[in-house]
Design a protein around this ligand. Structure first.
Ligand SMILES: [Zn+2]
Length: 131
């Protein structure tokens, strides 16, 4: 990892998005069994720095979501979109839920983690597809 905390954060996130895009998404697990989403230097629950990369489960569970109709300029071309939080084992991941009508969504429905591109900025982001 880079010694530059700011650089490491972006680099780590890109590495994580690359891994998800390749179907090799992972989370960080400490020796006490806590899970966290990369990039992290220490466990947010116990402060352990002994983190190991552990494969994410294939399917996550939709925990909550919100539909955005009016967005900040950074996402104005993406509206309306669904921002969701899904749990994958011990970690919760926030992303855009694609290809789903808001009225079809329900808590606990299975989703897969993938990547998408912002229609506004072209930047990659984390996304979910209904399974
Ligand atoms: Zn921990």
């Amino acid at each position: 990892m880079s010694a530059d905390p700011t650089g490491a954060r972006d680099e780590g996130f890109d590495d994580f998005v690359d891994a998800v895009a390749a179907g090799e998404g992972y989370y960080l697990q400490c020796e006490n069994g806590h899970g966290s989403v990369p990039p992290r230097q220490v466990c947010p629950d116990c402060g352990s720095s002994a983190l190991s990369e552990t494969p994410l489960p294939d399917a996550g569970e939709l925990q909550t979501y919100t539909v955005t109709h009016v967005a900040t300029p950074a996402f104005s071309e993406d509206t309306p979109y669904v921002t969701a939080i899904a749990s994958f084992g011990p970690v919760r991941i926030t992303g855009q839920l694609r290809d789903a009508e808001p009225e079809e969504l329900e808590r606990g429905m299975p989703v897969e983690l993938t990547t998408a591109q912002s229609a506004t900025t072209g930047r990659r982001l984390l996304a979910f597809d209904p399974r």
